[in-house]
Design a protein around this ligand. Structure first.
Ligand SMILES: *Cc1c(COP(=O)(O)O)cnc(C)c1O
Length: 455
């Protein structure tokens, strides 16, 4: 069924709503797709199409759509105490319980939480936190943060600066001072004749070179996504993160893991750090923390950072009106309860993720696919003009969009970044739905190859 007001809604949207990360003129021309309903792994749009959402909204709907428990918890909390702040020596029960639960779940001694409304705000908080951390220990010059080109850490001023997206830096005069970037690991294009393991070490050592170039006494922290999501699911070789950790320890540089995508089961482990075997001093979380049902993020930090901030930090001059919002905290707690009690992460790791990996590798056999990469429940197909070479299309981004649109017309939501087809389904996906992803993706690849005349 067509939504009776669809045309009107599209017109109003074009007139009054500026969309994030969109060419708004082109969108107004084409008409916005309006989503109306979600259930499990599927969403419905205003034209009445049922779509398998293989991207979980925006990497976030880990428990799937339509879980009534979260709405019930939100309604209860709103009725009882809709809001109170955590300023002025106050807080609320769900806020405290969530901080404790996150301390319990987080790897190592990431035992302390600071609450935000988003991943971007978590990274803004981290930037100020690490500079303050060194300053109160009489090292104010140790204020440089190193991120990676093509990394994504959000859209606020600090988040976009820590990230390494050129297009974002070009709008608004970023990055802000004392932020540097190194090249990220991407074996498919850069690895040459090196094995992934060998290449992973080489890529990690770019951090050591950068630290030595700047001077270790200047470098406060390194930040990275365990798996780089937005740029196209770049999964580093297994040697990369342990080597990054070794280098950070050697020069006393704080290690920050941006777990906004990887956290809460995306890799089949609770956190990307556990998947890759390293331990951060600070981590950013959001997205899967509430499965996207309500906005909430957090910074988790270890005992060392907590003790310095407590003993020497003085009054923390930082906070959001909605830091630790009781409704958001209650919803996040319910989301975590469902993930834990239903064994969702465990089931991914042992059952569904291995099956998804097997089917994804089969898609990798297609003549348009240069590489099928996957880790747990997050992956990408790199589309290439020539399967025998590890190289991009000369004009990047056209073929990806073609393939994405074919998938969509077939009832499957995949994201395209340049010519990589990105996969990040709800973690509750079952084997039949994984087969559906396979069939619809194969068909989209076939239609795309036919259009390109690639036999
Ligand atoms: C989405 C994302 C962010 C930003 O989170 P928002 O909630 O959109 O502000 C930060 N880091 C990573 C790795 C992300 O994927």
């Amino acid at each position: 069924m067509h939504h009776p007001d669809l045309a009107q809604l599209q017109k109003l949207d074009a007139a009054h709503h500026l969309h994030p990360f969109n060419d708004n003129a082109a969108l107004a021309e084409k008409g916005t797709r309006i989503l109306t309903r979600g259930e499990g792994t599927y969403v419905w749009d205003a034209e009445g199409n049922k779509l398998l959402d293989a991207f979980a909204g925006l990497w976030c709907v880990n428990i799937g759509y339509g879980r009534k428990e979260l709405g019930a918890v939100a309604a209860r909390q709103m009725t009882e105490l809709a809001y109170y702040n955590s300023f002025f020596g106050c807080t609320t029960e769900p806020t405290v319980r969530l901080a404790q639960k996150l301390a319990e779940l987080s790897p190592g001694d990431l035992n302390h939480a600071f609450f935000t409304n988003s991943g971007s705000e978590a990274n803004d908080t981290i930037l100020r936190m690490v500079r303050h951390f060194w300053k109160v220990q009489d090292q104010p010059q140790k204020n440089i943060l190193i991120g990676r080109f093509n990394g994504y850490h959000g859209s606020t001023v600090a988040g976009a600066s820590l990230g390494g997206m050129k297009g974002m830096h070009a709008q608004g005069g970023l990055p802000i001072p004392d932020i540097h970037h190194i090249e990220p690991p991407f074996w498919f294009i850069e690895g040459g004749n090196h094995s992934p393991e060998e290449y992973g070490l080489m890529a990690a050592r770019r951090l050591e070179e950068k630290i030595l170039e700047l001077g270790p006494e200047r470098v406060a922290a390194f930040i990275g996504e365990p798996i780089m999501g937005a740029i196209g699911v770049y999964i580093p070789p297994i040697t990369y993160w342990p080597e990054i950790e070794r280098i950070c320890r050697k020069y006393d540089v704080l290690l920050i893991a941006d777990e906004v995508i990887c956290g809460f089961g995306r890799t089949g482990e609770w956190f990307g750090q556990q998947y890759f075997g390293f331990q951060a001093d600070i981590m950013a979380i959001a997205k899967g923390l509430s499965s996207g049902y309500i906005p909430i993020g957090a910074v988790m930090f270890n005992d060392r950072v907590a003790n310095v901030l407590k003993d020497k930090g003085g009054e923390l001059a930082h906070g959001y009106t909605y830091s630790g919002h009781p409704v958001c905290a209650a919803v996040a707690l319910e989301n975590i309860r469902i993930l834990q009690e239903e064994g969702i992460v465990e089931r991914c790791r042992t059952e569904t993720a291995p099956y998804l990996a097997q089917r994804w590798q089969e898609l990798g056999q297609h003549r348009l696919v240069g590489e099928a990469r996957i880790a747990g429940m997050v992956g990408a197909l790199e589309l290439v003009p020539d399967k025998s070479k590890r190289a991009f299309f000369a004009e990047r981004g056209k073929v990806g969009v073609q393939c994405r649109d074919h998938a969509l017309r077939n009832g499957l939501i995949l994201r395209a970044t340049y010519d990589a087809m990105l996969l990040s389904p709800p973690l509750i996906i079952d084997k039949a739905q994984i087969d559906e992803i396979f069939d619809k993706t194969w068909k989209a690849l076939e239609l795309t190859a036919a259009e390109l005349g690639i036999k």
